[in-house]
Write a protein that binds this ligand. Structure first.
Ligand code: NDP
Length: 272
């Protein structure tokens, strides 16, 4: 029988997950069906349990349900626990396992696909929301010499620094970034979704090798434009992260890791 998987979010019309997982299933020869479910805003848990009880094997979870999925899980893997959020569930009997592949997907895209090593690098991470929480452990495991957080509400970044308590991890306010230099600058704010620019000074890009925008499919966002104008040689958006986190979930569910490169190339919108 064909195994059932789904992504749940609200709204969900924009999702690329059925196409991505459909491609993975085809290229790896796995017999799965993957659909998109618009979860009711006041009925997330009911929708997940109904899917599971009808034979569903696993789900991806997207906005605004990543925290509720975390609460619903019976067993949380370390990455989900540290992020306080989950983007993938696996159903086994009456257990609901939760993991979070966003951070590892981002690191895989930067280090493997874009060929930029984070070891010994000075990394600036803008934002302090769910994506940043999920990225901190995978980023720190790459052993950067410094990982600096900067967020519009600085206390959120300061809280994360306290919680993760790692010698390489610090936070600065946006205005304290003047005169600071970094090898990699990552925009994990949602500013680009509204075509806004986080208040980051252009100096942070002076010696940067890579500017990475988590939002995807938006072309040259204000953040990427600032980086380009400052002469950053390599620009990327989050399409690679999206495909890489999907590949991690697919491997977790099916025990087979799909190849990602051709799909990322096919989905990439030129950053011009
Ligand atoms: P959250 O809502 O959890 O956090 C939003 C963050 O953005 C906060 O730190 C917030 O700051 C900051 N922010 C919002 N607007 C502005 C602004 N105008 N200027 C400066 N900072 C701002 O979002 P997520 O962490 O879940 O997502 C962040 C981004 O990452 C989104 O663009 C999302 O689409 C993208 N994403 C991409 C993925 C991929 O696979 N490529 C996966 C997951 C996320 P404050 O705390 O001060 O309000």
């Amino acid at each position: 029988m064909t195994d059932q998987y789904a992504v749940i979010g609200n709204p969900i019309g924009h999702t690329k997950s059925p196409m991505i997982h459909g491609t993975f299933a085809q290229t790896t020869g796995q017999d799965i069906e993957y659909t998109a479910i618009e979860g009711p805003l006041d009925g997330f848990a009911g929708a997940v349990l109904a899917f599971r009880d009808a034979g569903g094997r696993g789900m991806n979870v997207t906005a605004p349900f990543k925290l509720q999925a975390f609460e619903l899980a019976t067993d949380r893997l370390e990455r989900a626990e540290l992020a306080g959020a989950t983007n993938a569930l696996k159903f086994e009997g009456d257990r609901i396992y939760a993991d979070n592949f966003d951070g590892v997907g981002l690191v895989n895209d930067i280090t493997r696909n874009l060929g930029v090593s984070m070891k010994g690098a000075r990394v600036l991470l803008l934002g302090a929301g769910g994506a940043v929480r999920g990225a901190l452990k995978p980023f720190l495991s790459q052993e950067p010499s410094a990982l600096v957080l900067a967020n519009r509400k600085p206390e959120k970044a300061q809280d994360l620094v306290k919680q993760f308590d790692h010698p390489a991890l610090t936070s600065l306010e946006f205005n304290e970034l003047v005169g600071q230099q970094f090898d990699i600058v990552v925009n994990a704010t949602s500013a680009s979704l509204k075509a806004e620019l986080p208040a980051v000074p252009a100096e942070v890009f002076i010696r940067a090798k890579l500017a990475y925008e988590l939002a995807y499919g938006k072309g040259l966002t204000p953040f990427l434009r600032l980086a380009k104008n400052a002469g950053v040689p390599q620009l990327a958006d989050g399409v690679g992260m999206l495909v890489e986190q999907a590949a991690e979930a697919f491997a977790w569910w099916r025990g087979v890791r799909p190849d990602t490169r051709a799909l990322i190339e096919r989905m990439t919108i030129p950053l011009v």
